[in-house]
Design a protein around this ligand. Structure first.
Ligand SMILES: [Zn+2]
Length: 63
Protein backbone atom coordinates (compact mmCIF):
# COMPACT_ATOMS: atom_id res chain seq x y z
CA UNK A 1 0.00 0.00 0.00
CA UNK A 2 1.57 3.21 -1.10
CA UNK A 3 0.54 6.73 -0.38
CA UNK A 4 0.01 9.54 -2.80
CA UNK A 5 0.99 13.06 -1.91
CA UNK A 6 -1.42 15.60 -3.29
CA UNK A 7 0.53 17.97 -5.55
CA UNK A 8 -1.73 20.84 -4.57
CA UNK A 9 -2.13 20.69 -0.80
CA UNK A 10 0.62 18.13 0.07
CA UNK A 11 -1.70 15.95 2.12
CA UNK A 12 -1.13 12.17 1.99
CA UNK A 13 -3.83 10.03 0.42
CA UNK A 14 -3.83 6.28 0.98
CA UNK A 15 -6.09 5.25 -1.88
CA UNK A 16 -4.30 4.49 -5.14
CA UNK A 17 -7.51 4.51 -7.18
CA UNK A 18 -8.69 7.91 -6.05
CA UNK A 19 -8.97 10.52 -8.78
CA UNK A 20 -9.49 13.64 -6.73
CA UNK A 21 -7.80 14.81 -3.56
CA UNK A 22 -9.90 14.25 -0.43
CA UNK A 23 -8.67 17.51 1.06
CA UNK A 24 -8.66 20.12 -1.71
CA UNK A 25 -10.77 18.32 -4.35
CA UNK A 26 -8.25 18.82 -7.14
CA UNK A 27 -7.06 16.20 -9.57
CA UNK A 28 -4.16 14.03 -8.45
CA UNK A 29 -2.83 13.77 -11.99
CA UNK A 30 0.84 14.53 -12.03
CA UNK A 31 3.45 14.75 -14.77
CA UNK A 32 1.97 12.53 -17.44
CA UNK A 33 -1.67 13.54 -17.27
CA UNK A 34 -4.77 12.11 -15.60
CA UNK A 35 -5.18 8.90 -17.57
CA UNK A 36 -1.56 7.86 -17.41
CA UNK A 37 -1.28 8.92 -13.79
CA UNK A 38 -3.93 6.33 -12.92
CA UNK A 39 -2.02 3.55 -14.70
CA UNK A 40 0.76 3.37 -12.15
CA UNK A 41 -1.03 1.13 -9.66
CA UNK A 42 -0.39 -2.62 -9.54
CA UNK A 43 -3.93 -3.32 -10.67
CA UNK A 44 -3.35 -1.52 -13.95
CA UNK A 45 -0.45 -3.67 -15.17
CA UNK A 46 -2.73 -5.58 -17.54
CA UNK A 47 -3.40 -2.36 -19.42
CA UNK A 48 0.27 -2.12 -20.34
CA UNK A 49 0.35 -5.80 -21.28
CA UNK A 50 -2.60 -5.29 -23.63
CA UNK A 51 -0.99 -2.18 -25.08
CA UNK A 52 2.24 -4.08 -25.69
CA UNK A 53 0.31 -6.90 -27.41
CA UNK A 54 -1.53 -4.38 -29.59
CA UNK A 55 1.73 -2.73 -30.63
CA UNK A 56 3.18 -6.17 -31.38
CA UNK A 57 0.18 -7.06 -33.58
CA UNK A 58 0.41 -3.72 -35.41
CA UNK A 59 4.09 -4.34 -36.09
CA UNK A 60 3.31 -7.79 -37.45
CA UNK A 61 0.59 -6.41 -39.72
CA UNK A 62 2.80 -3.63 -41.02
CA UNK A 63 5.58 -5.95 -42.19
ZN1 LIG B 1 -5.06 18.22 -2.19
Amino acid sequence: MSEIICPHCKNPIYDEDVLLCHFCGKSLARTSGGVFGKMRGPGMNWVWIILALMIFVVLLLSI
